[in-house]
Design a protein around this ligand. Structure first.
Ligand SMILES: Nc1nc2c(c(=O)[nH]1)N[C@H]1C(S)=C(S)[C@@H](COP(=O)(O)OP(=O)(O)OC[C@H]3O[C@@H](n4cnc5c(=O)[nH]c(N)nc54)[C@H](O)[C@@H]3O)O[C@H]1N2
Ligand SMILES: Nc1nc2c(c(=O)[nH]1)N[C@H]1C(S)=C(S)[C@@H](COP(=O)(O)OP(=O)(O)OC[C@H]3O[C@@H](n4cnc5c(=O)[nH]c(N)nc54)[C@H](O)[C@@H]3O)O[C@H]1N2
Ligand code: SF4
Ligand SMILES: [Mo]
Length: 812
């Protein structure tokens, strides 16, 4: 195999339109271990992004020693990317795993046993429930646990504690995907499938740096591009990503202006009569309003706001409007930017206008990011109810109460569930005094870190953190619980293409670490949560029983799992839901018949006004008689709230590199990955660097109204006026940082020092991709910045200065 750090996507296996994507089996093994020395290969799927590549874990002498892609799996046909190859097993094998529970004594975390740690949690939880009631409790979980774990936590929170304050980092990640699907179609559920790459004639990537963030999916596109009849690509991203480099049209929009661009694309499709009036008439509601809202957005008007050329907008619209089979994908450049839900809904609307859904190649992927984000949305450990049920529909609440044999009154449904940013606000104000954080690291990943650090460190807040490692968040916990990792526990999860995989336990967890599933069940037992018959609320003996219970909860809902079982998921490929007795092989594409889950008694919510976020009530929803039609919803464009000014003249955006996963707890513990991107850097355009006297590698200070970051500059092909920061670099491995002695001066590398406390009014997803900053050089550098040279972050080519800059007069 080639060096898969440099060669991120591996060798090409070209194929033609409507052909089969060839297999190519990738693997990596511990140095010195040969394939035939492996004792067993244990079936799993990778948990380092939402792609969900099928894999087998190599086990030797009771330890994980490598990984191999599964050739039979429809998702990856054997391939794995750099994170799957190197961080999956290396990232959890480390010596510094948490192996015993820790409790805070005299200001320091000390080792203890499970009885003592759980005893403390239960004592505080009981006391608070008695004194302050369920609203004193908040649960903040992840997009990285297993389905069974979310379902357990969902039932505990909703029917044991009875708190509406439950959410996940999925709020930071895929809330807008879920919300846009609910607003348009009536319920969550990915309409398209990865197979659409095989058949499409064009692919639009909206704010999605797929080559770095779903490397194996990008390999599939590269293989189409290398074969006969390649698809045309259109890229909407302010940076010169690999997508942009392969694109027919690159719209390097000014961050925060996506909706203006989308309005212009829709207007072009309408004015050129590229839409399908019969489909629109039969299957949608809201056409007139959509038409009226986009009317002012000529390509010229959008070009001015977005800082791209009107000609390119027309070219992109023509590709969408005149191609029979287009696949669209959207991700964080849309979801974490200004007017996130409204922008994502316009992507849905483009497909509805052309009736471009439910056929091979005519696909829509409102992407996920994390490997199991989909399951949190399904199982209700976040701000959703299990089975995509509607909190505002009393019948749905009764169904859940029946399934769990509890009084419907305990299930919070008097208002929308509390979103993550509001949970932290309540912790700040003090109404939440018990916060349980599992499998997420908010001390690095939430916006405006100076504020978040203060909240987490509040003495009145009882903080439980459940993780593999002593993260920046775990360091300030009152109780830290050691969790078993991927490969050390069994469970299922579902990728962005709705494909469900089983991950079997391969090895024992280190020390006394326990699975999140066991920890949640233990809490429930110790709290004595029970049902109406006086039996324990959760009496499952293991994850498989939880899966069986979940199947019943999903019955008849869009995410119907009733045709799946652990048995069926073993041996072959993952299977896409809905999977039922009638559809035993699962369902690749939704909405093939143009019928959508929008009936008032079935839908997941009644939607919102896309400008203000005001809820649409059941009565006005019913009055519009959707009858299985989809909603063409939109709203007016408005600019981001924090625009550049004289003091903070540049736009600030953040995101990822191919070599690290989030706060690096796994990837930094893999030597080859860490070496590829060892430290923080900041990307700045050729023009801005020249103006500010900054050379490649010089150390710069970037400041916003909230904080400061300092790092070497990478002079890259980003659009001028925009600065980009990877958000991976917190403080756990920074020798200068000591989490127990917070000193404002040392917090200088996390991108979120600068981001702002603001969220999309509909999805409540934080705005990580728009803020105003200033940049100053603080000292000369010693050569190249410690940034990758392979991807969107590569140094600018000598002649590139004019290629990706904004038109004259729109430098910001
Ligand atoms: N290597 C790696 N892969 C990952 C992850 C990881 O941490 N590392 N995380 C996983 C997760 S949880 C997620 S959510 C996904 C995220 O995957 P992506 O969304 O692909 O990743 P990001 O880098 O956050 O953002 C994508 C692009 O948005 C662009 N952008 C910034 N502002 C704007 C804007 O206003 N408009 C537009 N149109 N574009 C803008 C950025 O230049 C960037 O290239 O990746 C998943 N895969
Ligand atoms: N500025 C900026 N900020 C961002 C983003 C951005 O683009 N820009 N992206 C946002 C997005 S999309 C996301 S998804 C978030 C990610 O943000 P986080 O969720 O905070 O990031 P991770 O580093 O993935 O944290 C997961 C934690 O769970 C632990 N863990 C892993 N597996 C298990 C397990 O099985 N059990 C338990 N108990 N723990 C486990 C890991 O060690 C790690 O500490 O960041 C968000 N923040
Ligand atoms: S593409 Fe995602 S799921 Fe597949 S190997 Fe890479 S990180 Fe893992
Ligand atoms: Mo994410």
């Amino acid at each position: 195999m080639t060096d898969r750090i440099k060669d991120i996507w591996g060798a090409r296996t070209p194929y033609t339109r409507d052909g089969q994507w060839p297999t190519r089996v990738d693997y990596s093994l511990l140095e010195g271990v040969e394939e035939e020395e492996v004792d067993t290969w244990v079936q799993s799927a990778c948990v380092l992004c939402s792609n969900g590549c099928g894999c087998d874990i190599a086990v030797k002498d009771g330890a994980m020693v490598g990984i191999r892609g599964r050739a039979v799996d429809i998702i990856n046909k054997g391939r794995l990317g750099p994170k799957g190859l190197f961080a999956s097993w290396q990232g959890v094998n480390n010596k510094d795993r948490l192996t015993t529970p820790l409790i805070r004594e005299n200001g320091r975390l000390v080792e203890t046993d499970w009885d003592t740690a759980m005893g403390r949690i239960v004592e505080r939880s009981r006391q608070l429930l008695k004194d302050k009631g369920p609203l004193s409790h908040g649960f903040y979980t992840s997009g990285q646990l297993f389905l069974e774990e979310y379902y357990a936590l969902g039932v505990i929170g909703k029917a044991g504690v009875g708190t509406p304050h439950m959410d996940g980092n999925t709020r930071l990640c895929t809330a807008t995907a879920a919300t846009a699907l609910k607003e348009t179609f009536g319920a969550d559920g990915q309409p398209g499938a990865y197979e659409d790459i095989d058949s499409c004639e064009a692919i639009f990537l909206y704010g999605h740096n797929m080559p770095e963030t779903q490397t194996v999916l990008w390999s599939r596109i590269l293989d189409r591009l290398a074969g006969p009849n390649p698809p045309k690509l259109v890229c909407v991203d302010p940076r010169n990503t690999e997508v942009a480099r392969h694109a027919e049209v690159h719209l390097a929009v000014r961050p925060g202006t996506n909706l203006a661009l989308m309005h212009a694309l829709i207007r072009e499709v309408l004015h050129n009569k590229w839409f399908d009036p019969a489909y629109v008439e039969e299957h949608t509601v809201g056409f007139e309003e959509l038409m009226a809202t986009v009317e002012e957005w000529t390509p010229e008007a959008a070009a001015e706001v977005c800082g791209v050329s009107a000609h390119d907008i027309r070219r992109a619209a023509r590709i969408f409007g005149t191609t029979d089979r287009v696949l669209s994908t959207a991700l964080q450049g849309f979801y974490q930017s200004n007017q996130a839900t409204a922008s994502a809904c316009q992507v849905n609307n483009l497909h509805l206008l052309r009736g471009m859904l439910g056929r091979p190649g005519a696909g829509l992927l409102q992407m996920n990011g994390q490997p199991t984000a989909q399951n949190n949305r399904e199982c209700g450990a976040d701000g959703d109810l299990p089975g995509f049920r509607n909190w505002n529909n009393p019948e749905h609440i009764n169904e859940l109460a029946g399934l769990w044999n509890v009084d419907p009154a305990i299930i919070p449904h008097w208002a929308p569930p509390t979103h993550a940013m509001q949970i932290f606000r309540y912790a700040e104000q003090g109404s939440i005094s018990f916060l349980w954080v599992s499998a997420t690291n908010p001390a690095v990943s939430l916006p405006e870190l100076p504020r978040i650090r203060k909240i987490l460190a509040k003495p009145e807040l009882f903080l439980v953190v459940q993780d593999l490692y002593l993260t920046e968040t775990a360091e300030v916990a009152d109780v830290a619980l050691p969790a078993a990792a991927w490969g050390e526990k069994t469970g299922t999860f579902t990728n962005a293409s709705r494909v469900v995989h089983l991950s079997d336990k391969a090895v024992d967890p280190p020390g006394e670490a326990r699975s999140d599933f066991d920890i949640f069940l233990d809490y429930s037992r110790r709290m004595g949560f029970s049902n109406l018959s006086g039996q324990p609320l959760l009496s499952w003996s293991g994850p498989e029983e939880a899966f069986e219970a979940w199947k019943e909860c999903s019955r008849g809902r869009p995410c119907d799992y009733t045709g799946l079982s652990y048995e069926k998921l073993r041996g072959g490929s993952g299977i896409p839901w809905p999977c039922t007795e009638e559809r035993p092989d699962g369902t690749h594409r939704l909405y093939t018949d143009g019928h959508f889950p929008s009936e008032p008694d079935y839908c997941e919510n009644f939607g919102h006004d896309l400008l203000t976020g005001a809820e649409v009530g059941p009565e006005s929803y019913k009055a519009k008689q959707p009858n299985g039609r989809a909603w063409l919803k939109t709203t007016k464009f408005h600019p981001p709230h924090e625009e550049p000014d004289d003091e903070y003249p540049l736009l600030y955006s953040t995101g990822r590199t191919a070599y690290h996963f989030h706060t690096r707890t796994k990837t930094a513990r893999s030597r080859p990955l860490n070496a590829a991107a060892p430290r923080m850097w900041l990307e700045i355009s050729v023009e801005d660097a020249a103006r500010l006297g900054i050379k490649e590698g010089d150390v710069v200070r970037v400041s916003s109204r909230r904080g400061v970051v300092e790092a070497p500059a990478r002079v890259s092909e980003i659009r001028s006026g925009t600065v980009f920061a990877p958000f991976h670099y917190g403080y756990w491995d920074d020798p200068q940082a000591d989490g127990n002695k917070p000193d404002e001066g040392m917090f200088r590398s996390a991108a979120n020092e600068l981001t702002l406390t603001e969220w999309d009014p509909i999805s409540k997803q934080p705005v990580f991709k728009n803020a105003a900053v200033k940049v100053e050089k603080i000292r000369d550098g010693a050569g190249m910045a410690p940034a990758p040279t392979t991807t969107a972050s590569r140094p600018a080519a000598q002649d590139s200065a004019t290629n990706h800059s904004a038109p004259e007069g729109q430098a910001q």
